[in-house]
Unconditional design. Structure first.
Length: 311
C-alpha cells in the first residue's frame, strides 16, 4: 500500500478540488478551516455524509462550507451532551458512594474488601482490576490535591473522595460489581429503574462520554451494545421493525433517553433547551436526524413523564 505522505495546505486543497471534486471557491477560507480543524478531523471525520459511494468522491455541488457546518454542528452537539453526561456521572457517583458507605463503611479496608462485592464468576477479574486501580490512587504524592490531603492528614481516603478520580467507565464497573442491596438503593434514587437497566445505561453512556471527551464524531455514533427495551420506548411510540425498536437503542437518541431517566426534571429541561438552541443555530437536514437515531416525534420527550406510577 502507498504510504500517506504529508501535504501542505495548498496541496490538500488541490487534492480536494481535483481528486475528490469538492467545491472550493475561496481557497483562503478553505486554508483557514483546515488550519483550525486539521484535514483528518474535518474531511475524514465528516466526508461520509457527503460522499458518492460509487465514485468515492463528493457529490456534485458539495462545498467546503457544507462539511465545516456539519463539523461545527457536531462540536456544539458534543458540548451539550458532555455537559449533562457529566452531571449524571456526578449524581451516580454520589448515590453509589453514599449507599456503599452506609452499608459497608467508607475506608480502604471497606472498599478494598472483596467480601463487600459480588465477588464470583466473571466478575472476579473485573473487581480485582478495580481494586488495583483504587489502591493505585491512594498515594501521598497523588496528582490530586484532595487525595494528598487525606493521605497525609488522616492516613486514608474515604470512598466518596476516591470516587472523584474514577472515570465514568470505572464507576460503571463499580456499580456492576455491587451486591443487589446497593444496586437497588442506587436505582431507587433515580426512580423506577431496574438494576440491569441501570447497568446497561451506564455502560452505553460511558461510550458516548468517551466520544465527546475525545472530540470524535458524535451525531451518528453507535455503540456495539444497546440499552434494554424500556417503558419509555413504548411511551415515546418509537417504531418497531421485526419486534425491535428502530431508534433509541444504541444511537444518540438512546443517550438522550438515558439523560431523560437519570437527570432531574430541572436539569433535563435545561438540556432540552440547550439542545434545541443547538439545532436552531446549526440547521441540519432530515437525513442528519435519521443518522442521529432521532425519530420524527423526538420532541415529544420533553412532555412525557420519566416514569408512570405502577400500583
Amino acid at each position: 500500500m502507498d504510504k500517506k505522505k504529508f501535504l501542505s495546505y495548498e496541496e490538500q486543497i488541490k487534492f480536494l478540488k481535483e481528486e475528490k471534486k469538492l467545491c472550493i471557491e475561496d481557497e483562503d477560507y478553505a486554508k483557514k478551516v483546515l488550519f483550525k480543524t486539521g484535514y483528518f478531523a474535518l474531511v475524514n471525520g465528516y466526508k461520509e455524509t457527503f460522499k458518492n459511494p460509487e465514485t468515492n468522491q463528493f457529490r456534485t455541488g458539495v462545498r467546503m462550507e457544507d462539511i465545516y457546518a456539519l463539523y461545527c454542528f457536531d462540536a456544539n452537539l458534543r458540548n451539550v451532551f458532555m455537559k449533562y453526561i457529566l452531571i449524571v456521572e456526578q449524581n451516580v457517583k454520589s448515590s453509589l458512594s453514599y449507599h456503599f458507605c452506609d452499608l459497608y463503611g467508607s475506608e480502604q479496608q471497606d472498599y478494598l474488601n472483596t467480601d463487600n462485592y459480588d465477588y464470583h464468576g466473571k466478575k472476579i477479574p473485573m473487581i480485582q482490576g478495580l481494586q488495583k486501580i483504587m489502591s493505585g490512587q491512594l498515594r501521598k504524592d497523588s496528582d490530586y490535591a484532595y487525595i494528598r490531603h487525606y493521605m497525609k492528614q488522616y492516613g486514608y481516603v474515604p470512598l466518596w473522595v476516591l470516587f472523584q478520580v474514577l472515570t465514568l467507565g470505572q464507576m460503571s464497573k463499580v456499580y456492576a460489581s455491587q451486591k443487589g442491596r446497593v444496586k437497588i438503593k442506587v436505582c431507587q434514587d433515580f426512580g423506577n429503574i431496574k438494576i440491569n437497566e441501570m447497568e446497561k445505561m451506564l455502560a452505553v453512556m460511558t461510550k458516548f462520554r468517551n466520544v465527546c471527551a475525545h472530540n470524535d464524531r458524535l451525531f451518528d455514533f453507535r455503540t456495539k451494545d444497546a440499552i434494554y427495551d424500556m417503558d419509555i420506548h413504548q411511551r415515546m411510540k418509537i417504531t418497531k421493525e421485526h419486534g425491535r425498536y428502530l431508534y433509541g437503542k444504541n444511537d444518540l437518541f438512546a443517550q438522550m433517553l438515558i439523560l431523560k431517566l437519570l437527570l432531574s426534571e430541572e436539569d433535563f429541561k435545561d438540556f432540552y433547551k440547550e439542545l434545541s438552541n443547538c439545532f436552531r443555530k446549526n440547521p441540519v437536514n432530515q437525513n442528519i436526524y435519521v443518522q442521529m437515531g432521532f425519530p420524527d416525534n423526538w420532541r415529544r420527550i420533553a412532555g412525557i413523564k420519566k416514569f408512570i406510577d405502577k400500583k
